[in-house]
Design a binder for this molecule. Structure first.
Ligand code: PLP
Length: 445
């Protein structure tokens, strides 16, 4: 057998094993035919046969540092040689170094990190901390959490019920979660025509929801700083600061979910830094170590951390602060800092991706709106620019198929293509991708 026959065989074997034994997320299982990915480097992945794809999905918008960054791989190797696992009750140098680096990037007034296995359980624990903190300050009866319909917060008990999108409904067994509409000028719920109007009216709507639910029953408002899967909905001017003011007025805590938007995606360490707001709790995962080892966590502000100084926090995880995850965080954050990776995301977004996508929108009528920043962009696809009716699913699937056929892995959600490459993407790779988007739209529509 030649090398290339063997490789094709491995692709076939990977597909066969997957079909036979692997149960996939969020899918009916029978008709799946996933792409085989065997290796990667930077913004590119390939199968066993060497077919290459530009990864403009960053997998699940998490590989911020790119595939196989040597500093992260090396940090994991070194930690595996030293101590591959350790219980959460022990003190461990690498875990402490990881927590210190995360706190150093948070605003003043944040002091501790609770590590989890991923984003969803970060949300679970942030909600729990908020409720317990309210109770500890004598505010009993505050258990509700307000979050937006256009949101995704994860796939565990409270996180999936806090989620606003369709995935909540078949899982809605927990009470205490109330949803409201956040700002989204392109499809405004508030008949707004300017970002300022959208912001003001969305805040008035939230005030009415708080008043109608009873402020004394609400522990927290939970928001993605920039809603990601829901469409990369950059908050309009004043919105997040206005939410903070409402939360303060009614004694409610503010949890900002930075799982997708954090650690470089927007061209800033935390997305909320661009919006004049400081939350009480920050949840993170994905970009903190680019998913080389599963990890997430909650960054805790001093008053909430102090609640648990002499009071037991009734929560924990076997793998909280796992040393391989901690090592990968140290490796990733140090490399992102020393190599200017967050700055690259900011520059490439402003100079290349944004202008390039706007040019595409001039050529293709199906692109109703281009929005984003850093390496966090959405193309909102429409059947008609005047009515803004979403492009039908079959047509979106066609675009996606044409992109994959041309060697680009897209991130698609509803009627949108999200343009979300790693933060290390080069100008040349962006040019290649823009040419592929252009060809794919022309071929599909
Ligand atoms: N929060 C946000 C904003 C997310 O985008 C996600 C996942 O996409 C989650 C939470 C859940 O993270 P995980 O899938 O690591 O549990």
């Amino acid at each position: 057998m030649t090398l290339s026959e063997q490789s094709t065989d491995l692709d076939g074997l990977a597909a066969e094993l997957d079909r036979e034994y692997v149960f996939h997320s969020w899918s009916a299982q029978a008709s799946l035919s996933p792409i085989v990915i065997a290796g990667g480097s930077g913004s590119v992945v390939w199968d066993h046969g060497g077919k290459r794809y530009l990864d403009f999905s960053s997998q699940l918008v998490n590989v911020n540092i790119g595939h196989q960054h040597p500093a992260v791989i090396d940090a994991i190797h070194r930690q595996a040689d030293l101590l591959a696992t350790v219980g959460p009750a022990a003190a461990n140098l690498t875990r402490g170094e990881a927590a210190k680096r995360i706190v150093a990037r948070a605003p003043e007034g944040f002091s501790k990190v609770f590590f989890t296995n991923g984003g969803a359980d970060a949300i679970e624990n942030a909600i729990r901390m908020a409720r317990l903190h309210c109770a500890a300050r004598g505010d009993v009866g505050r258990d509700k959490v307000l979050s937006t319909y256009r949101s995704y917060h994860g796939n565990t008990g409270a996180a999936i019920v806090a989620t606003g999108d369709w995935r909540r409904m078949p899982n809605e067994f927990a009470r205490g979660h109330v949803h409201f509409f956040g700002p989204y000028l392109y499809r405004s719920e508030f008949w707004a025509t300017t970002p300022e109007q959208e912001s003001e009216r969305a805040l008035q709507h939230l005030r009415r929801v708080i008043q109608s639910e009873g402020p004394a029953t609400i522990a927290a408002i939970l928001l993605e700083s920039v809603p990601g899967t829901a469409g990369i909905l950059l908050p309009p001017p004043g919105y997040l600061a206005g939410v903070r003011a409402l939360a303060d007025e009614f004694g409610i805590l503010l949890i900002l979910d930075e799982v997708m938007a954090g650690f470089g995606r927007t061209g800033r360490w935390f997305a909320f830094e661009g919006y004049d707001v400081v939350p009480d709790l920050i949840t993170f995962a994905k970009g903190v170590n680019s998913g080389y080892v599963p990890v997430g966590g909650v960054v805790i502000s001093e008053p909430i951390a102090a609640t648990f100084d002499d009071r037991v926090f009734p929560g924990g995880l076997t793998y909280s602060g796992h040393p391989l995850a901690a090592a990968s965080i140290v490796g990733a954050l140090d490399a992102m800092e020393s190599e200017g990776i967050v700055e690259n995301a900011r520059r490439v977004g402003a100079e290349k991706i944004g202008p390039g996508l706007l040019e595409l929108a001039e050529k293709h009528a199906a692109i109703g709106e281009v929005r984003g920043e850093g390496v966090f962009w959405a193309l909102e696809l429409v059947a008609d620019r005047t009515t803004r009716d979403p492009l039908p699913a079959a047509a979106v699937a066609k675009v996606k198929g044409e992109l994959v056929a041309r060697g680009l892995l897209p991130f698609q959600a509803d009627n949108r293509i999200h343009v979300v490459p790693p933060c290390v993407v080069t100008d040349d790779e962006v040019d290649q991708a823009l040419a592929i988007y252009d060809e794919a739209f022309a071929a599909a529509l």
